[in-house]
Every structure is written in structure tokens, then in C-alpha cells.
Design a protein around this ligand. Structure first.
Ligand code: HEC
Ligand code: HEC
Length: 272
């Protein structure tokens, strides 16, 4: 055998053994006739993340899906990727307790989806937790994975300016998110009654700017300058959105009345 043949045979063997080690894709899991308990939870969790209102609608209150922010089902580096199981449990100043993965997931239902907190033992939380574990296979425990969260933008020397941000919004965002920012069939709302509420992690100029710079406009990621990303984030930040649920039930009631009078398109048909 020549040395080139030997190398070729070696490569084939290496590739097939790597393939055997790799975790099965969601598509592959879905095509199997039989799934074990963990695998069927992974698939259900994936479905919830992709089409939240269809698969976990009883706990949601917006037209967003988890994948609206946790891009590509939580697989996009610098797009709030969800391969984070190894970082939990961890202490969070937001609620002042050590958060297990379940509580962290439930928090996103309450704030990011402006919904209600599902119980820890609900099928939905268990399934999403299984999916997060699946995404985290192979990650080191206690160490933030590559592309964790979103980039922190450097100081630009100029404060984020909503007026300049409005111009960026009109030029670069309205085609998909709508002239009024309330979303279209192509993209979810950035503000308004069907968006995330004021208690959400995204309701933060620095974090939103990092997300926008790294991921928006979709298809032209990283085309905005840091300043433009900060400005458009400041513009989005000052728009009206659902109240922070920690601010009290009375305000929530006001929101409910507002919805019942002016509708607020709660069809939940859009998973975007
Ligand atoms: C409006 C945007 C948005 C939506 C919608 C959303 N999240 Fe999040 N989520 C965030 C942000 C922001 C963070 C904080 C990430 C950070 O600080 O790096 C987060 C954090 C998380 C974390 C912890 C990740 C980490 O970095 O430690 C999990 C798990 C999570 N979300 C699950 C979900 C699930 C499940 C859904 C759907 C039921 C959902 N999220 C919907 C914005 C969102
Ligand atoms: C080509 C269409 C397109 C353009 C242009 C675009 N977006 Fe998006 N955006 C999307 C889609 C689609 C999603 C949801 C991701 C998904 O479902 O895969 C999204 C999600 C978001 C989110 C998180 C979810 C939410 O609704 O809050 C923010 C914030 C956001 N975009 C901001 C912006 C900003 C700011 C601009 C302009 C600088 C912009 N986008 C331009 C398509 C677009």
C-alpha cells in the first residue's frame, strides 16, 4: 500500500469514528421510530424553543419565541447561545438566589416572553432543560463556552443617542420589524404590547447593542458601527413595552384592560 492510500484509509476511519461520537442532530432524532425519555424531551424542548407559542402557549404572553433572541434555536455563537448547562446552578443578583437551570428558563418565560412562570416540574421546563443539556454536550463545566452571550461593545466616546438611533432604525430595521417596530410576518416586535417586558434582560442598552451589532440586520450582521448599534439600542429602549411584572399587579391589570379594548394582536400565530 502506498503512503497516500494509508493516509486516505486513516482519514476515513477517523471521520467515521468522529461521526459516531457526535451527538445526533434533531432531524435524526425526529426520524427515529423510538426515542428514550431523554431524547423525546430534547425534541420537545427544541420544538418549544423554535415555536414557543405553539408548544408552550399556556405560559407565553408575547409573539416572540425563544429563538427570536436565542438565535437558530440557541446554536448561534454571540446570539445568546444556549449551550450553557455547565454554568448552572449559579447565583444571580436579579433574584438574589442560586438559580438552577430550571429557574433560569422560567425567568425567560416571565420577562422575555412577558408570560407567566411555568412550575419547575412542568413538562415544558423539563423539556427545555433537556434540550439545553443536549446543546451543552462536550462543554466544560463551570466555563463559559466560545461565543457565550453577546459581545460587550467598547467605549465609543459618545453616549448612546436615541435620536440618531431612530435614523438607524428607519434605514436598517423597518423592512423586517415594521415601520412601527411592532413586528411583521418576517420578524418579531422590538417593542409594543406583544414584545418582551421591561424586566427582561434585553431591556438593557449595552446588552441589546451587543446583540444588534453581532446579529442584526439579519443577513448583514456586523455591518453597523458600534455607535450605530448603541444608538439604535437606545432608541428601542425608550419605546413603550409591557411593564416589569415586579412592579405590581395593578399595572398588569391596566395592561390587560388595554389589550381587551385595543386588541394588541394576541393571535399568537407568529412564532417569530
Ligand atoms: C427577548 C429576548 C429573549 C427571549 C424571547 C428569550 N430569552 Fe432567554 N435570555 C435572554 C437574555 C438577554 C438572556 C441573558 C443572557 C446574557 O446575559 O448573556 C437570556 C438567558 C437565558 C438563559 C440562560 C443563558 C445564559 O447565558 O446563562 C436561558 C437558559 C434562557 N434564556 C432560556 C430561554 C427560553 C427557554 C426562552 C423561551 C421560553 C427564552 N430564553 C426566551 C433573552 C431572551
Ligand atoms: C432581514 C430582516 C431583518 C432586519 C433588516 C432586521 N432584523 Fe432583527 N430580527 C429579524 C428576525 C427574523 C429576528 C428573529 C430571529 C429568528 O426568529 O430567527 C430578529 C430579531 C431581532 C431582535 C430580538 C427579538 C426581538 O423582537 O426583540 C432584535 C432586538 C432585533 N432583531 C433588532 C433589530 C434591529 C435593531 C435591526 C436594525 C438595525 C434589525 N433587527 C434588522 C430580522 C431582521
Amino acid at each position: 500500500m502506498s503512503s497516500t492510500t494509508l493516509i486516505a484509509v486513516g482519514l476515513v476511519l477517523l471521520c467515521s469514528s468522529l461521526a459516531a461520537l457526535a451527538r445526533p442532530s434533531i432531524e435524526e432524532l425526529k426520524s427515529r421510530a423510538v426515542l428514550d425519555d431523554y431524547e423525546s424531551n430534547v425534541v420537545f424542548g427544541y420544538n418549544i424553543v423554535m415555536e414557543t407559542n405553539k408548544y408552550a402557549g399556556r405560559y407565553t404572553g408575547s409573539t416572540l419565541a425563544c429563538t427570536s433572541c436565542h438565535l437558530k434555536g440557541g446554536t448561534q455563537p454571540n446570539g445568546f447561545a444556549l449551550n450553557v448547562a455547565g454554568l448552572y446552578p449559579k447565583w444571580r443578583s436579579k433574584n438574589g438566589v442560586r438559580n438552577g437551570l430550571g429557574l433560569r428558563i422560567r425567568d425567560c418565560f416571565l420577562y422575555s416572553l412577558n408570560g407567566i412562570m411555568p412550575p419547575e416540574e412542568s413538562a415544558e421546563v423539563q423539556a427545555v432543560a433537556a434540550y439545553v443539556h443536549y446543546l451543552s454536550e462536550g462543554q466544560a463545566i463551570g466555563k463559559a463556552p466560545e461565543g457565550y452571550s453577546v459581545p460587550t461593545l467598547p467605549e465609543t466616546g459618545s453616549d448612546p443617542d436615541p435620536a440618531r438611533g431612530q435614523a438607524v432604525f428607519k434605514r436598517a430595521c423597518t423592512a423586517c420589524h415594521g415601520a412601527d417596530g411592532h413586528g411583521t410576518a418576517a420578524a418579531p416586535p422590538l417593542w409594543g404590547i406583544n414584545s418582551y417586558n421591561a424586566g427582561a434582560g434585553t431591556h438593557n442598552v449595552a446588552k441589546l447593542a451587543g446583540f444588534v451589532w453581532a446579529n442584526m440586520p439579519l443577513g448583514q450582521e456586523r455591518s453597523l458601527s458600534h455607535q450605530e448599534a448603541l444608538d439604535v439600542a437606545a432608541f428601542i429602549y425608550i419605546q413603550h413595552r409591557p411593564f416589569d411584572p415586579r412592579e405590581g399587579r395593578l399595572r398588569k391589570l391596566a395592561e390587560k384592560i388595554y389589550r381587551s379594548i385595543w386588541g394588541g394582536d394576541q393571535t399568537k400565530s407568529s412564532s417569530k
